[in-house]
Write a protein that binds this ligand. Structure first.
Ligand code: MG
Ligand code: ZN
Length: 231
């Protein structure tokens, strides 16, 4: 007779230490995030944290938004990527102020990185700061950057079950943008199913369907931006 003995093992003391370390990191991050939020509020700045998988279209949506709303809102950008200045260069082309953070092996931005970037960026009062996080739907969910709104982007070439595969991210977001809807005729993505999955993990979540390339749905996104306040 063979019987599993796993249930009789004592807890791994090393694992406990790793967990404590993670808690310390998140607690420190939370304090710094509150400081960033204070910075934004003192200048009446709306801060947005854009999160998605790589390639969902964060940079393209920002580029388009910066061009279209240039005369309406001053928007500056903090770009997070593991390597390269490519996205920051694309943003700079629009004329918007931008600071690039390269995280190297790091797979998310944290509040301390944002605090440093804000010193360089020095965003003007009564403006918007858009933060493009590293393309990753896992740990950016855990790191508050001091933003007022978290915007998660999924694109229709991805699976419509992303919201239940990465529930923490969808749980912590305020708005879900479904991007690249011009590609719907060529993919199997079911918009209603994706929304239902997302609402299972966050029943307050709002949705906007758009294509940053074709321009379809952008007016709803711009209206959403106009409706936000930092309060
Ligand atoms: Mg990008
Ligand atoms: Zn990470």
């Amino acid at each position: 007779v063979s019987q599993s003995r796993y249930s009789h093992q004592s807890p791994n003391p090393q694992k406990k230490t790793v967990l404590q370390l993670e808690l310390d990191i998140l607690q420190k991050n939370q304090l710094l995030a509150e400081r960033n939020r204070g910075f934004f509020e003192a200048r009446n700045i709306l801060a947005l944290n854009f999160v998605s998988s790589p390639g969902a279209g964060k940079t393209s949506l920002l580029e388009r938004t910066l061009r279209d709303l240039k005369t309406e809102f001053p928007i500056s950008v903090i770009e997070g990527d593991q390597q390269t200045m490519n996205d920051a260069n694309r943003i700079a082309e629009t004329g918007a102020p931008v600071v690039q953070i390269n995280t190297g092996k790091g797979c998310h931005l944290d509040a301390e990185m944002i605090a440093h970037a804000l010193k360089k960026l020095n965003p003007i009062p009564n403006s918007i700061v858009a933060i493009e996080n590293v393309g990753n739907l896992v740990c950016p969910a855990l790191f508050d950057l001091g933003e007022h709104r978290r915007v998660v982007i999924i694109s229709v070439p991805e699976g419509d079950d992303k919201p239940i595969k990465y529930p923490d991210m969808f749980h912590s977001a305020h708005l879900c943008i479904i991007n690249k809807i011009d590609l719907l005729p060529y993919v199997t993505f079911n918009v209603e199913k994706a929304k239902q999955y997302a609402l299972q993990v966050n029943h307050h979540l709002e949705f906007i369907e758009l294509s940053a390339t074709s321009g379809q749905g952008l007016s709803a996104w711009y209206q959403w931006l106009r409706n936000q306040s930092i309060a």
